[in-house]
Design a binder for this molecule. Structure first.
Ligand SMILES: [Ca+2]
Ligand SMILES: [Ca+2]
Ligand SMILES: [Ca+2]
Ligand SMILES: [Ca+2]
Length: 248
């Protein structure tokens, strides 16, 4: 039986070079507490259905991304039957709530099919990836790799959600990068400025998001006791194309 598994793995590796993996699932992995941990940017292999060991239920994997950005999931999957099968894969948060559901095709006759999925604005806490067994009569083999594509702008120094947490004073003419509304993150960022002289202040906001329609972000100018002096609406470019708004 061991020899057979080894041969099968070798055959898959030859058929699809990206199918090579450095990790393998550990059964039972049928709930969050049993989830197999996945290393960053390292392929992991699993199987479900009439395989060895037989498992006709579900496979849980868990990982914690090292940075905010777009989560990229690259799948390769096949099954031992005569027809392609669709594996339903869920991504869940640290409370095991489903955030999204994908269809990953598993090629017939053990010939792997590749699928890439992107999940935008992901955060740096626990995620679960859950593979639902598509058939108990065949063996479905799969592997996947996760990594993070960097966002357009760098992150800010959280926590910065009120005046007392806005600890850095920004010099005039200094550009600051930041993120709002990433998953597991928050939607408010405070920055402190100390005007060097009387006169007219100009603030330029350049912003983008991954959605395909433009949006807006509200910018407040506040005094040293958190009272709002001005409320501005800055443009947020769609399709990751930055848009610029200038206030004074
Ligand atoms: Ca399994
Ligand atoms: Ca399992
Ligand atoms: Ca932020
Ligand atoms: Ca914040």
């Amino acid at each position: 039986m061991k020899t057979r598994n080894k041969l099968l793995a070798t055959a898959l590796t030859l058929a699809v070079p990206i199918c090579t993996w450095a990790q393998t699932e550990v059964e039972p992995n049928n709930n969050t507490g049993q989830a197999t941990a996945v290393a960053y940017n390292t392929a992991i292999a699993g199987s479900t259905g009439a395989c060895s060991p037989t498992d006709n239920s579900i496979d849980y994997f868990t990982f914690t991304p090292p940075s905010q950005g777009a989560l990229r999931l690259q799948f390769s999957a096949s099954n031992s039957g005569a027809g392609d099968l669709d594996i339903t894969v869920n991504i869940r948060n640290n409370s095991n709530q489903t955030l999204g559901t994908f269809t990953v095709p598993a090629g017939a006759n053990n010939v792997a099919l590749d699928t890439t999925i992107h999940v935008t604005c992901t955060g740096t806490d626990v995620y679960y990836l859950v593979f639902n067994n598509p058939s108990s009569s065949v063996c479905t083999n799969y592997s996947f790799t996760y990594d993070i594509l960097d966002p357009f702008y760098g992150n800010d120094g959280e926590n910065n959600d009120n005046t007392s947490q806005a600890t850095d004073t920004i010099a005039p003419g200094t550009n600051m990068d930041g993120h709002v509304n990433f998953y597991y993150d928050d939607a408010i960022d405070y920055y402190r400025i100390l005007a060097p002289n009387d006169g007219m202040m100009t603030v330029q906001v350049v912003a983008e998001h991954a959605g395909n329609t433009p949006g807006t972000v509200t910018v407040y100018l506040k005094n040293d006791i958190d009272q709002t002096l001005e409320t501005w609406t800055a443009k947020v470019g769609g399709n990751s194309m930055p848009d610029t708004t200038t206030f004074s």
